[in-house]
Design a binder for this molecule. Sequence first.
Ligand code: NAI
Ligand code: PYR
Ligand code: MG
Length: 597
Amino acid sequence: MSASQKYDDAPRAVNKPVDCALTGAALLQTPFLNKGSAFTHEERNTFGLQGLLPSNVQTLDEQVRRAYAQYSSRTSDMAKNTFMTSMKEQNEVLYYKLILSHLKELFSIIYTPTEGDAIANFSRIFRRPEGCFLDINSPDAIEKQLDSFGRPEDVDIIVVSDGEQILGIGDQGVGGVLISVAKLVLYTLCAGVHPSRGLPVILDCGTDNEQLLDDELYLGNRHPRVRGEQYDKFVDRFVAAARKRFPKAYLHFEDFGLPNARRILDKYTGEMACFNDDVQGTGCVTLAAIYAAAHVAGVKMKDLRVVIYGAGTAGTGIADQIADAIGVESKKSSDEARGQIFCVDKPGLLLKSSELTAAQKAYAKDPEKYPAEKHKDLLAVVKAVKPHVLIGTSTRPRSFTQEIVEAMVEGIDSRPIIFPLSNPTRLHEATPKDLLHWTKGKALVATGSPFDPVDFDGDKIEIAECNNSCCFPGIGLGVVLSGAQLLTKEMLVAATKALAALAPAMKDDKAALLPDVEDVRDISRKIAAAVIKVAVDKGLARTEGIPDDEHEREQWVEAQMWRAEYREYRKVGMEGAGGEARGEMGSKGRRHAPGHE
Ligand SMILES: NC(=O)C1=CN([C@@H]2O[C@H](COP(=O)(O)OP(=O)(O)OC[C@H]3O[C@@H](n4cnc5c(N)ncnc54)[C@H](O)[C@@H]3O)[C@@H](O)[C@H]2O)C=CC1
Ligand SMILES: CC(=O)C(=O)O
Ligand SMILES: [Mg+2]
């Protein structure tokens, strides 16, 4: 018996036939149910599709070949991105299958870097809305608006952004809805979260982006960003309404601005299962890559000295995860562990005398020991600290110069670990090629967006993509399947360790520091299983019947991961059919989640 058969009765098992109450053109126009030319003759008879399709019945693979040829004929990345968006609006199984069939190539089209351009141009390329748009000027409407996105049991994951700090491209106002949409696509693609059980949300709080404010086509609130009490109350009302309407949904915060990201996470983290991807997801994936790089470099975690350039949401999130890891490995106090991490921002090294956010304060150094005038820039800090690890989350392209990198190499005996993590690609602090040439091939590199392998001295060096997309889908899947009431530090540690264990560099020091994106479904399954184990052990899981055995638990997860394949349809009447079977609008503004599977 296969894993999926054995766990056919698991809560979200994806083996059963799909109820379908639609017929004719309505069925062809419902992206989650449409199979296009792959509807069999029998299905065409049953569902009133005669005459609506050319006679030849095709397989999903044949459809993928045609779709890929159409996709390839688009010459620019933006045109490819737009093509993929319309494919998603036509046939969702084909959309996901096409991406999975050319994962490496398409990942950068549907996610960073190209999705960044799509977000920046949201109001110009807009054709059809997807997601839930909540307006800070109408807080009383939130509950009613959420009601139209499904029944309480329909939504597993809500991804919400306020659009203030999208990737590294700053305030994109209402266009930020597309980052919520993109992250949900990754939940499905990478971890098999059911595509109709995610709800993308944008909190439209205005924008401080002058270009958008001056753009007559801009679709969002055309006023400066609302801040302070009104903003906090709006976020609070949204969180309360979301919890009321979708009591079991996991809340994923994405790309909030520096003044709000950490504050909001800290506010809700003890009350419900929630997650900030830029803080926690980035921290997890970066720490996993550091574990692998430290292993290759032969440096012990407890001895690491780390410089982080750009001490914002991601930078301090990474710092926290590294400090926790140093603390655990060495039994050092938190203060001691943080003492090994040096954060640099615009004014230079973070010092106790500077004006800092709460998250930054934890890393501020004593100005008596590190005088401000001697630590004003990254080069000076690198020379003084002699870091083993240099991380960039600054959005400052090419800020890791040859001089800085050479100074780093000079300061240590081990191989330098250098992660330029800013997205999209054009904002990277250095290219892998330069880093490898400046360090004579010694640098252990991982980047925020994908890069091609680098040829060096006859070797092809794979560059790991150190992006939170490696871990957030698995973490979310684990929380959803276990029904965890909270997402705790221990669950994040378990996720990081599960990911680090899969790093090819752990076995071969010439291999990449993180597993390849092609293996992302296996990675997510293992991360989810690790998260679920902690949820069960800590008494936080609400789902019954989770297997105790590690191998069985992974099979149980696998059986509930949605796959891009056509399933059998069972004809049902409109009455009693789930919203999706009726083709109703739902969680993503297009249809209801199944509830009938
Ligand atoms: N690879 C990954 O998985 C992730 C990458 N990122 C990337 O990290 C970058 C930062 O994102 P967030 O932390 O969310 O933004 P943020 O705005 O919270 O942080 C950026 C920080 O860099 C600082 N900075 C800007 N210019 C600087 C300069 N010249 N010198 C020193 N510091 C400078 C800012 O003052 C701020 O503290 C973005 O490019 C984003 O795409 C973010 C999350 C995940
Ligand atoms: C990857 C991501 O979350 C970011 O760049 O913001
Ligand atoms: Mg982000």
